[in-house]
Design a protein around this ligand. Structure first.
Ligand code: CTP
Length: 480
């Protein structure tokens, strides 16, 4: 019987093994044994398809399988809905199985018109489920268990019809019922004719699903099966879908997993009377981009948003508010947290009392109107000095003059760790625009550091900030 010594594995593989073992809480030996088990399972399926380092079994296969695929050992529920691209799902099953993923399949009735459950079952090595009202299947597994037992559900291909059902919460067949009952990540790989993809109804449904936190891959642009047709609507290649599944299940790329973040974003509206309010030009784009980047990095994100017309970023819990006081209260309710990023352009003042009825002009007079204002709570300042203060408190400084001077003062006054200062003068177009130019101020015991970032898209500002947050928490952990 052969034995393997971890010491003899090459450095790169050893490092990957070490990371994977740490992620799963295993010793390296235990992890190596699990990988070999997974490989052996694969061997049973098709010896020629699993090729370990440098070894090629027979002449049928040239595939080199990545033994460090993040989803190996995980359970995927795959839903095949009816479209010409259904045949590609066979390759997807094969490639997932090669990587040690357990694949269970549900087919819609339409899908069985394109490929047979027998063929699918032969590849997945499992029973294929098709019928919501099958007594045998319900006794066997049950549709709720099908939804819950998976680590991820992938729908490939996802037709316009199935997406419409999902967006509307319908559950009139096994696939849609399982999708409605699922509380695991959902990945859709749509495939349809470009006209169907571009139809306003499909556009609406995709947006609804994305807002509900559903992940998408594709569709791609290219030639369609129908002769002479081309455009966006092709199913992504199986290997692209394999990669997307890996990414969604890869804990190593979720460095902020286990950390809670609170964000504020957008303007606040302070009512004057039932139809008028005090507001500012904030679009919420920067705050939403940061919320989304934090969620992608694995943080559990609560976004307290003022009135903006932006979709909820996937994987983010959102609370919509109108006024600064409501925002303050929502932030209090969201505590405790590890990270706070206060991006909202909170209105500094509100009227002492907003009028119950619409304020009318006095006929025949041109006297100036006076509003009595009072100050709103300073949310960032309250967090910076809170008894439940988050570990990392980050604010913005929106200035139109003396940027650094004012930002330094805010860093100190508000008790923040970092301030992202930006010039919001009208000519910069930052308020409401898509770009931002940031100077990051942080306190280093005795002095304030200023880091200048080049002008970049708000999405890139978000990624850069989140990268810094990741480094901050990594170094903290090391120091403990
Ligand atoms: N902020 C807050 N609550 C407020 C006002 C501001 O949480 N009532 C936060 C903002 O979200 C931002 C930071 O404080 O992170 C600075 O906001 P800014 O509008 O630049 O400054 P102000 O505190 O309003 O001060 P000023 O208007 O004098 O510049």
């Amino acid at each position: 019987m052969a034995s393997i010594t971890i010491r003899n594995i090459d450095e790169k593989a050893k490092q990957a093994l070490r990371e994977r073992a740490a992620r799963n809480g295993n010793s390296m030996e235990e992890q190596a044994r699990l990988l070999l088990d997974a490989a052996a399972q694969n061997d049973k399926m098709d010896e020629a398809q699993f090729v370990s380092t440098g070894y090629e079994a027979g002449s049928r296969s040239t595939a080199i399988i990545d033994p460090y695929y993040p989803a190996s050992g995980k359970r995927i529920l795959m839903i095949i809905s009816g479209g010409i691209a259904a045949y590609k799902s066979l390759d997807l099953i094969r490639r997932l199985k090669e990587r040690g993923v357990s694949v269970r399949v549900i087919m819609t009735k339409a899908a069985t018109e394109f490929i047979t459950p027998l063929l699918v079952g032969a590849l997945s090595h499992d029973k294929v489920f098709c019928d919501l009202f099958s007594r045998e299947d319900e006794q066997d597994v049950g549709h709720i268990a099908l939804a819950r037992e998976a680590d991820l559900i992938v729908v490939a291909p996802a037709t316009a019809n199935l997406m419409a059902k999902m967006a509307g919460g319908l559950a009139d067949d096994l696939a849609s019922a399982v999708l409605l009952a699922a509380d695991v990540p959902l990945l859709l790989a749509p495939a349809m004719n470009p006209a169907m993809w571009n139809n306003p109804a499909t556009v609406r449904n995709v947006e609804t699903l994305a807002n509900d936190g559903v992940h998408f891959i594709g569709p791609e642009t290219g030639e369609m099966a129908e002769r002479g047709e081309s455009g966006r609507g092709r199913l992504s290649e199986p290997m692209e879908i394999v990669a997307a599944i890996g990414q969604l299940l890869d804990d190593a790329h979720k460095p902020l997993k286990g950390l809670r973040a609170i964000l504020t974003a957008g303007p606040t509206h302070e009512p004057i009377d039932p139809v008028r309010y005090i507001a500012n030009r904030s679009s919420g784009k920067q705050g939403y981009a940061i919320a989304s980047a934090l969620a992608r990095a694995g943080a559990q994100v609560k976004l307290i948003s003022g009135p903006v017309d932006l979709p909820r970023p996937p994987g983010v819990e959102r609370v919509m508010v109108q006024t600064a006081e409501e925002m303050f209260q929502a932030v209090e309710n969201a505590l405790p947290a590890d990270i706070a990023v206060m991006v909202a352009a909170v209105a500094d003042w509100r009227t002492i009392a907003s009028a119950e009825e619409k304020i009318k002009k006095k006929p025949g007079t041109k006297t100036a109107m006076t509003l009595k204002l009072t100050q709103n709570p300073d949310i960032l300042k309250s967090l910076g000095h809170h008894k439940k203060r988050p570990t990392l408190v980050i604010g913005f400084a929106a200035e139109t003059q003396d940027l650094i001077k004012h930002a330094k003062a805010k860093l100190k006054r508000k008790g923040a760790d970092w301030i992202l200062a930006n010039d919001v003068s009208h000519e910069t177009g930052v308020m409401g625009g898509d770009q931002n130019t940031i100077k990051l101020l942080s306190n280093d015991n005795t002095r304030t550091n200023v880091e200048e970032w080049p002008t970049m898209a708000k999405g890139n500002v978000a990624t850069k900030l989140v990268d810094k947050i990741i480094v901050h928490f990594e170094t903290q952990t090391v120091n403990v």
